[in-house]
Design a protein around this ligand. Structure first.
Ligand code: KG4
Ligand code: ZN
Length: 365
């Protein structure tokens, strides 16, 4: 099956237009996507600067900020596309999973807007947005493929047979990969969000200096676990800093910090690469798709490309700017669904339902 969505407007030849909103965590994203799969306008605001002082996302601040940003970002995206609200055929919004208040902010706005305009709402699963985002790249994968979904809240391996046909192959038993990056970074004194900061330092470090565990790497199944790795980093850091309790202030040299970051990154990437290739073997797929914030990690990208090539598996990534949360992936996922099922245009259900906890394999095709 080809990846390319078709333009399926029964009444005229023009493609349909979807205005999509993302507000599940600490990014507010808005984008306009056509049923041809083209992003016509997009705008994004990251709350990193606002949460930085607190060392992590403060949910209440996140919700309030989404409310402030949604309208200006929507106007920017519309301006970029040179379109107006009345040109839109449907409104899409992330309904879950995510922070309850943050989801409510985006959904309350999107559903009210849709009701006011008399347009249908297409609810979008946040992880489906991530999962399909590599289809927006210059070299998109065809179905079927195996997907490694690695974000701040999830680490999952999925078998993807087609749009909405997802089955879970394996997942983390505890911390998500992004969460492990963030918590480890915090422990070694790096600012939020830890993933990008840690991977930057890791580039200057020695990945072989500390022998950190690769939890469950050789287990036969596709389950993962990252909390033990994080604890190993903590005990190593405490030894290096000469402290006996994690509550004591730890001061590490620059070399120690870089080497610890590189050793941690090497361990987590080893596990992700190993499990991804094992998942492809199990599913029989020759294509591996990587999505979610951790998919931006340079070392993960390089290792996956090199190891998969040896097994004749092709690896696909989203554009770097689409790895972390954004509105384009939400508008795109909804546009794909609308292209496959134009009857969604007749749906006038404005009974808003947010789902902070929401498994991807619960989705229907
Ligand atoms: O997909 P995403 O933007 O949000 C969620 O849906 O969770 O992912 C954010 C996660 C954070 O944990 C962040 O630290 C991590 O992705 N991340 C990275 C990198 N860039 C973002 N982790 C490792 N290396 C990176 N370059
Ligand atoms: Zn995300």
């Amino acid at each position: 099956m080809s990846h390319a969505p078709q333009s399926l407007n029964p009444s005229c030849d023009k493609p349909l237009l979807v205005l999509g909103f993302e507000s599940s965590c600490d990014e507010t994203g808005v984008a306009i996507c056509s049923t041809e799969g083209k992003i016509l306008g997009q705008a994004l605001h990251s709350q990193i600067a606002m949460h930085k002082d607190y060392g992590g996302v403060v949910p209440e601040l996140a919700s309030r900020d989404h409310i402030r940003r949604l309208i200006p970002l929507m106007n920017t995206a519309l301006e970029q596309a040179q379109l107006s609200l009345k040109d839109m055929d449907a409104i899409a919004v992330t309904t879950g999973p995510g922070l309850p208040g943050a989801l409510m902010a985006g959904c309350a706005f999107a559903y009210s807007l849709a009701a006011g305009l008399g347009k249908p709402v297409i609810p979008v699963h946040h992880l489906e947005g991530h999962l399909l985002s590599p289809l927006l790249s210059a070299n998109p994968p065809s179905y079927p493929f195996t997907a490694l979904l690695v974000s701040g809240g999830h680490s999952q391996l999925m078998a993807v047979e087609g749009l909405g046909r997802y089955s879970l192959l394996g997942e983390t038993l505890d911390d998500a990969a992004g969460e492990a990056f963030d918590k480890t970074a915090k422990m070694i004194g790096l600012p939020y969000p830890g993933g990008p900061a840690l991977s930057k330092l890791a580039e200057q470090g020695d990945p072989k200096r500390f022998e950190l565990p690769r939890p469950m790497m050789h287990s036969k199944d596709l389950m993962m676990s990252f909390s033990g790795l994080k604890t190993s980093v903590l005990t190593t850091a405490m030894k290096l800093a000469g402290v006996s309790s994690p509550s004591e202030t730890m001061v590490l040299t620059e070399t120690d910090t870089c080497d610890l970051a590189a050793s941690f990154q090497a361990a987590i990437v080893d596990v992700l690469v190993n499990k991804s290739l094992k998942a492809c073997k199990q599913s029989g797929h020759q294509r591996l798709v990587v999505a979610g914030g951790v998919g931006a990690n340079k070392h993960l990208r390089e290792r996956l490309l090199a190891e998969a090539k040896r097994k004749k598996i092709e690896v696909f990534f989203p554009e770097l700017s689409l790895c972390t949360d954004n509105g384009a992936m939400i508008a795109f996922a909804a546009a794909l669904r609308l292209a496959e099922n134009p009857s969604l245009l007749n749906d006038a259900d404005y009974a808003m339902l947010t789902r902070p906890r929401y498994a991807l394999h619960e989705l229907q095709a």
